[in-house]
Ligand binder design. Structure first.
Ligand SMILES: N[C@@H](CCC(=O)N[C@@H](CS)C(=O)NCC(=O)O)C(=O)O
Length: 200
């Protein structure tokens, strides 16, 4: 059953993004809030053979891994009225059909708005997903990202835009996984670019 079959009739719905959705929701929404969810950590452990990679050279994108002690920051978007069906129909293609993500409801805490959470829909790629790649070192993940490109663009863009979002919208958060992968990917990307230029 698709989310729009379940939520399509709702008058409003919050959708939590923690990867490309934070900088490119690409659906109409009523309002957005920067905030977090508890019990999950964001990791570049999901493969992508469409948007940021190919069958031959899959890219790496983020998913959420259950961790009782973790908190993941992102953006929640409130869609209402006809926006609900439109957003869910779009995300069902972008996230589920093309990306292998499944949906789950979580508690979203808007950063500046006190302790009471709202329920939000989130797209998660679980380890049983055929595109799931699992853990790797920042250097291994960085190398894969630095050398992958898909139908939507380079995998490095995906990484850098997420890192930029965290620095600009969540400056208080030290996301060691994200920033260590970013450092490794940039080092490898520019080292390889330089070495190619130096032999041309
Ligand atoms: N579900 C996560 C990750 C979403 C994500 O990055 N999905 C990929 C699909 S594999 C995507 O939409 N990519 C579009 C792009 O790379 O521009 C989120 O809430 O942001």
């Amino acid at each position: 059953m698709k989310p729009q079959d379940v939520f399509g009739g709702k008058t409003s719905l919050w959708i939590f993004g923690y990867g490309s959705l934070v900088w490119k929701p690409d659906f109409k929404y009523k309002k957005s809030r920067v905030g977090f969810i508890r019990g999950y950590k964001r990791r570049f452990w999901h493969g992508d053979n469409f948007h940021r990679g190919s069958e031959a050279a899959p890219g790496r994108v983020v998913t959420l891994i259950e961790d009782d002690h973790a908190v993941t920051w992102g953006v929640a978007f409130e869609v209402s009225g006809p926006q609900v069906e439109a957003a869910l129909g779009y995300l069902n293609i972008r996230e589920t059909a093309c990306g292998g993500y499944v949906t789950k409801m979580v508690d979203f805490f808007a950063g500046a708005e006190g302790p009471s959470p709202v329920q939000a829909l989130v797209y998660i790629a679980t380890p049983d997903n055929p595109l799931y790649l699992g853990p790797a070192s920042p250097e291994q993940i960085g190398a894969q990202i630095a050398s992958s490109r898909g139908k939507t663009g380079h995998n490095l863009e995906y990484l850098l835009r997420l890192a930029e979002f965290m620095r600009s919208s969540c400056p208080q958060v030290e996301d060691q996984h994200l920033f260590s992968v970013e450092a490794a990917a940039l080092t490898l990307y520019f080292t390889c670019s330089y070495s190619v230029q130096s032999v041309q």
